[in-house]
Ligand binder design. Structure first.
Ligand SMILES: [Zn+2]
Length: 60
């Protein structure tokens, strides 16, 4: 996993018009709602890799 994770949708408005933010690592900005946010890897879950797909949708 050497690639940096890239979001496909803005977590705030759901738009796909995302571009990297100048502040650097994992920082993205949304052109649709003008928000900047940062992705951060928190660590692995202790329960391990799930085999089923997640059941909960991301609420906005
Ligand atoms: Zn947005």
């Amino acid at each position: 996993m050497s690639e940096r994770a890239a979001p496909f949708h803005c977590p705030y408005c759901g738009d796909e018009d995302l571009r990297p933010n100048e502040t650097g690592h994992g920082a993205w900005e949304c052109a649709a709602c003008n928000r900047a946010f940062q992705l951060k890897f928190l660590g692995l879950l202790s329960r391990g890799v799930a085999t089923g797909k997640p059941s909960e949708e991301k609420g906005i």
